[in-house]
Design a protein around this ligand. Structure first.
Ligand code: ADP
Ligand code: ADP
Length: 229
């Protein structure tokens, strides 16, 4: 079934029209890659999906919850939508483990012990459990980004949003993060990924969306997309 429904979305930053008439339907389990030039609205679009940006027109429904109907719905959605940013946004004064435990304890009210069990499960899944007691600054960029993915997974999201997750990484670390994302895709996670990694798009995406000037210009399965003359 449908997990994300966006209708006639328009977003302005002051007078600047950042998103124009966006219609987008995402099926549960679908893997979408969003590409397009810098400034075309890719980041704004995915930030709208978990309520990080206020919209001025249109409707966004995520897993049956209408973000635009009630501001309180945004909190509900953030529990179901995990987000990974270009900058890893880990808390520097907290260990890897503490970073992963924080959100489930705060917003779900689960015990420290349960949160730790959950954190270790997802740190194991991103193959970084052996670094759990370290601080972010003691890890490589690729390792920090995998921790950021594990941290998002600790909220057991139904959807994962990625905003250029490999763009801040040294080239040799890109693969370990993409491999982690491929693993998630193989597990059936619904994913929307803003990325310039066209190899990832080709091998993982069900659909590639190309944006320009705040609009969806084209969308197609990757094989169609990359074979266009
Ligand atoms: P911010 O993110 O800066 O706190 P908002 O997201 O609330 O602000 O809105 C961004 C700006 O867009 C505001 O300054 C608001 O006046 C402007 N704005 C809101 N609706 C429209 C619209 N329909 N057309 C043009 N500008 C708008
Ligand atoms: P992309 O992810 O495709 O690079 P963005 O969604 O980040 O594009 O930005 C789209 C446009 O909106 C850009 O022109 C950018 O400068 C503008 N923009 C993004 N965030 C803000 C903001 N907080 N205030 C004003 N303009 C913004």
């Amino acid at each position: 079934g449908t997990i994300i429904e966006i209708e006639a979305l328009n977003k302005w930053y002051d007078k600047f029209h950042a998103l124009t008439d966006i219609d987008l339907t995402v099926a549960a389990g679908e893997r979408i890659v969003i590409c397009g030039p810098s400034g075309s609205g890719k980041s704004t679009l995915i930030r709208c999906i978990n309520g990080l940006e206020k919209i001025q027109q249109g409707r966004i429904v995520v897993d049956g919850i209408d973000l635009t109907a009630n501001v309180r719905n945004i909190d509900a959605i953030r529990q179901e939508v995990g987000m990974v940013f270009q900058q890893f946004n880990l808390f520097p004064h907290m260990t890897v483990l503490q970073n992963c435990m924080l959100a489930p304890m705060r917003s779900r009210g689960i015990s420290a012990q349960e949160a730790e069990t959950m954190a270790m499960k997802y740190l194991t899944r991103v193959r970084i459990a052996d670094q759990a007691r370290k601080y972010p600054s003691q890890l490589s960029g690729g390792q920090q980004q995998r921790v950021a993915i594990a941290r998002a997974l600790c909220m057991t999201p139904k959807i994962m949003l990625f905003d250029e997750p490999t763009s801040a990484l040294d080239p040799e670390m890109v693969k370990e993060v993409l491999d982690t994302m491929i693993g998630l895709a193989e597990d059936g996670m619904t994913m929307l990924c803003v990325t310039h990694e066209m190899g990832f798009a080709r091998s993982v995406a069900d659909r590639v969306i190309f944006m320009a000037d705040g609009k969806i210009i084209e969308q197609a399965p990757p094989e169609k997309f990359f074979s266009s003359p």
